[in-house]
Ligand binder design. Structure first.
Ligand SMILES: [Zn+2]
Length: 236
């Protein structure tokens, strides 16, 4: 039985090591995922600002042609002023010209405002692009690191898997079945634990004296009455 227990402990260590390798790889992938999410966010920001700029430019062009149209109207009206004899008509046309000038002045203010907004968006895009460049360097580094780690980890996992299969073959089928059954119920997959000074190292509860005596004989498979893990005696 001692030999079977030793094999189980070995098997368990291999499985713990495999799990640690996988956890490490997952953490690295997660990190890359977060960086990629930042990348998408920045790219979306750049797209939003680009769309905004094209809308601002369109508004600016519309305003500009409206000012030009009005300037044309003003010019025509000013020419007409010379030929008007009637004072009331003259005053009315003068008023019309003033109104067009007022509208153009307001539109020109608006154009200035549109230009300032465009500049602000351009500055923002430049900032985002700087951020993106730095981020892409980080992403590349992380990717290279993951590629390297994955290679090493895959090799390690393969070795561990081979070792696991070899070891599994040496365990009694029923014992192995029990081991896996207990393992599936435990959070960290620890199914075999030592007992030192009558204390189970899975749950840290004392096991009954009678059982502790039997355990030290190592002649049968025992389970902790408290946590149900397979236990073995380990000299304190
Ligand atoms: Zn226990």
């Amino acid at each position: 039985m001692k030999e079977q227990i030793d094999i189980l402990v070995n098997l368990q260590n291999i499985e713990i090591e495999s799990a640690a390798v996988r956890t490490h790889l997952n953490a690295a992938s997660r990190q890359l995922e977060l960086l990629t999410r930042d990348q998408v966010q920045i790219e979306n920001g750049i797209n939003d600002e680009t769309v905004k700029i094209s809308e601002l430019r369109k508004s600016y062009n519309d305003a500009e042609s409206s000012v030009k149209d009005n300037q044309g109207l003003i010019k025509k009206s000013q020419e007409r002023l010379n030929s008007i004899k009637n004072n009331r008509e003259y005053q009315a046309l003068l008023k019309e010209i003033e109104e067009l000038k007022r509208i153009n002045s307001a539109t020109e203010d608006q154009m200035m405002n549109l230009m300032n907004q465009t500049e602000a968006s351009e500055t923002k895009i430049a900032e985002l692009q700087t951020q993106l460049q730095a981020l892409m360097v980080d992403i590349q580094k992380e990717q290279d690191c993951i590629n390297l780690e994955t290679q090493t980890a895959d090799k390690k996992l393969e070795e561990l898997d081979t070792a696991r299969r070899e070891i599994s073959d040496k365990v009694d089928a029923d014992v192995l079945k029990l081991f896996h059954k207990i393992q599936s119920k435990q959070v960290k997959g620890i199914a075999v634990v030592p007992v030192q000074d009558a204390v189970c190292h899975g749950c840290y509860v004392n096991i009954p004296p009678q059982m502790y005596n039997e355990l030290q004989r190592c002649d049968s498979l025992k389970m902790c009455p408290n946590c149900q893990r397979i236990i073995y005696w380990k000299q304190a």
